[in-house]
Design a binder for this molecule. Structure first.
Ligand code: FAD
Length: 359
């Protein structure tokens, strides 16, 4: 039967590419022993879809993939151009076996205890799966009473392109993360805005605080070990970086937040105490969920609503790894998790005797 491999990697973003690089280093042969299946038309993972004003300089930082430094020519370059160009070069340079566009529809167990990966372009049978599908395809919008009656426009950050399209309209931005603050800074230069968050923001001055980052990752790690849904790192700490860009918005007074509203009316948002803000647009900067619906036939979700993890693999199932999930949902975390998953899979599928000499 065709399309039989040892490992299928699903997704070719930072998580999938770092895993693929590491699998090759561990001695798995590209194409005949492992493949990468990616739903997008072109290299770049979610970065190719980011809004045009997100530049290399305004990202938190895109860490190098293993083996090739990310050296964009300028901070002003669009992240949606610079990162996909880097990923394309990375795939070429290391001969990574990426098949696209291939969308995985379902992963099932076979009768002989392997996995069948069903896609819109055929199927693969494999001994192990590394899922690296990120979150971009699963934007999360919370539900509020009256939401369906709102006559204005509602959009999530995944749909945002440019502030100019909101000129002359009042925009309510919902969400306490970095995307919300960046888009508020931008939109408030062309029109009126209101910022609404569940918790007051906690501003962190100066460069990235490694200790705070580690503490946040540890909290997310604990959540997935216990089978709870993973939150984002900002979500668990509430910490927001006070970059020069954010400080400028703070100085202009556009980052004065209001607590979460209680309901949405036909033409605005309302609080239980009777206050009301008229709105033409509600922009939901409310984050994402893990894009793992295609794993549903494997019944991995536990009573906590999440998938119980043991390091990078599903607890009790060392042949299924989730990279870029929970504590590894960052460019640096995905790098580390991808390499760890590849090492574990080599030990599991090959045994110690087949260790490549250089490993
Ligand atoms: P993605 O880049 O989303 O890649 C997933 C891939 O899987 C995609 O190519 C997709 O086509 C594919 N896929 C999905 N479903 C399927 C399927 N069913 N079948 C086949 N393929 C599928 N992190 C940082 O560390 N630094 C930053 O500066 C940073 N900035 C960010 C800015 C924004 C606006 C957002 C939303 C996130 C940011 N992050 C940042 C977090 C960032 O998303 C991750 O760090 C990282 O890029 C995610 O990589 P990934 O490989 O897990 O996912």
């Amino acid at each position: 039967m065709g399309n039989e491999v040892e490992v299928v990697v699903i997704g070719a973003g930072q998580a999938g590419l770092s895993t693929a690089w590491a699998l090759a280093r561990q001695g798995f042969a590209p194409e005949s022993e492992f493949v990468v299946l990616d739903a997008d038309d072109a290299p770049g993972g979610a970065w190719q879809h980011r809004w045009p004003s997100l530049t290399v300089g305004t990202t938190h930082r895109v860490h190098d993939l293993p083996g090739l430094p990310f050296e964009p020519d300028a901070d002003e370059l669009r992240a949606a151009d610079a990162v996909p160009a880097y990923f394309a070069e990375y795939e070429r340079r290391f001969g990574l076996p990426v098949h696209r566009p291939v969308r995985v529809r379902a992963v099932r167990r076979t009768d002989d205890d392997r996995f069948r990966v069903e896609t819109d372009a055929g199927q693969w049978t494999t001994r192990a799966v590394v899922n690296a599908t990120g979150t971009w395809s699963r934007p999360f919008v919370p539900r509020y009473p009256g939401q369906e009656r709102f006559r204005g426009r509602q959009l999530h950050t995944v749909d945002y392109r440019s502030a100019d399209e909101f000129a002359g309209q009042h925009v309510v931005v919902v969400g306490g993360g970095a995307s919300a603050t960046q888009l508020l800074g931008e939109i408030s230069t062309v029109t009126g805005t209101t910022w609404v968050t569940r918790r007051p923001p906690v501003w962190r001055e100066g460069p990235f605080d490694e200790d705070a980052g580690r503490r946040a990752v540890a909290l997310v790690e604990q959540a997935v070990r216990e089978g709870r849904r993973p939150g984002s790192v900002v979500g668990v700490t509430g910490l927001l970086t006070s970059t020069p860009y954010v400080r400028e918005a703070l100085d202009r007074g556009v980052l004065e937040r209001l607590p979460m509203f209680d309901r949405i009316t036909e033409d605005g948002v309302a609080w239980a105490d009777g206050s009301f803000v008229p709105a033409d647009v509600i922009l939901w900067a409310t984050g994402f969920r893990a894009a793992v619906a295609h794993l549903a036939p494997l019944r991995l979700r536990g009573p906590g609503g999440g998938i119980r993890m043991d390091g990078t693999h599903v607890a009790g199932e060392p042949r299924i790894h989730l990279v870029g999930y929970g504590p590894s949902a960052s460019t640096i975390g995905a790098n580390r998790a991808g390499q760890s998953a590849a090492r574990q899979l080599r030990r599991l599928l090959r045994g110690p005797r087949e260790l490549p000499r250089s490993a």
